[in-house]
Design a protein around this ligand. Structure first.
Ligand code: RIB
Ligand code: CA
Length: 313
């Protein structure tokens, strides 16, 4: 059955691939793309979403800009990973995909109320999703599931304890994890199982269309910063994992757990505290992703990028 989704993102190299996967795969009906401040400032993440959608020819999906800062904490960005533009690597022309005039929170609310049975796929800080839930509680019964990229049950990547999307707006994450909605948490332990190695990049580049070329350039840059900062041999493709789960839930093994967002820790602020052994007795409020079929994941990515054939000359 086709899953209706809204992709809330902060492009961001992996966000860009998530947009391309969500639009191309027939198991997903991409109802809207919304942007949030995260990897870079809101103007930059929004320009980047429009850039990617322009190159891919995605003109039948509304894209709207949302929150330009976190709910409470000071804003942070991830320039060391995504660069000054937030999408360093490829050269982009002027985007021709127009911005929807609505605020992203309004677009999320209107789209959920109109369609119902919508899966929210936030792959950046959760500011927009938290604001939508608080602004219009009537959307709650019309949201099928939240499949979010964020968090971790071991180490963080922006502090030793916290993953970037949660750390960038912990209070928003707390609103989401305490919403009572069905949540699947695609965290770092999962996404680090799918690193875009040079072999993967070569497989993508061999597709020979402009979108695959853009993806290869994005992954090459993304891999360079991950090598420099983390010593990884390839950039983990975080955000597309959330979309891949919606496409095929069998792809990813999850475990129910109680997840709490740390809001007071001196050294642990923004950590997702996941009770994987059930020692607290607190009821599970999320399903935490633990294992992915990496080969099938890469097939999904390559199949998606292959659909963007060169514009007919
Ligand atoms: O920690 C990884 C997450 O933070 C990804 O969504 C990446 O795009 C950044 O937003
Ligand atoms: Ca992201």
């Amino acid at each position: 059955m086709v899953r209706k989704i809204i992709l809330d993102c902060d492009p961001g190299h992996d966000d860009a691939i998530a947009i391309l996967l969500a639009y191309a795969n027939p198991a997903v009906d991409l109802l809207a793309v919304t942007t949030v401040a995260g990897n870079q400032t809101l103007p930059k993440t929004t320009l980047n979403a429009r850039r990617v959608m322009t190159v891919a020819g995605i003109r039948d999906v509304p894209v709207a800009a949302g929150a330009d800062r976190p709910l409470v904490r000071e804003q942070i960005v991830a320039e060391n990973i995504h660069g000054e533009s937030g999408l360093d690597g490829p050269r982009f022309g002027e985007p021709t995909v127009e911005l929807d005039p609505r605020h992203a929170v309004d677009l999320i609310i209107e789209t959920v109320l109109e369609h119902g049975d919508v899966t929210l796929v936030p792959v950046g800080p959760l500011t927009n999703v938290a604001l939508a839930i608080r602004r219009e509680p009537r959307i709650l019964p019309r949201i099928r599931e939240i499949v979010l990229m964020g968090g971790s049950y071991t180490l963080g990547n922006v502090t030793p304890a916290a993953e970037f999307n949660i750390y960038a707006d912990p209070e928003a994450a707390d609103v989401v994890f305490s919403s009572g909605l069905p949540i699947t948490m695609i965290g770092l332990e999962l996404t680090h199982q799918v690193k875009a190695t040079p072999e993967v990049v070569a497989r993508i580049r061999a597709l020979g269309n402009p979108v695959a070329e853009m993806a290869a350039e994005l992954l090459t840059y993304f891999a360079s910063t991950y090598k420099k900062v983390f010593g990884f041999d390839g950039a983990p493709l975080h955000d597309p994992c959330a979309v891949a789960y919606v496409i095929d839930p069998e792809l990813i093994e999850c475990q129910p757990a109680n997840v709490q967002v740390e809001l007071r820790g001196t050294w642990t602020y923004g950590a997702t505290v996941c009770d994987m052994y059930g020692v607290t007795g607190r009821p599970a409020n999320a399903r935490v992703a633990i294992r992915i079929d990496a080969a099938r994941f890469w097939d999904l990515i390559v199949e998606a990028l292959a659909t963007y054939s060169p514009p007919s000359s």
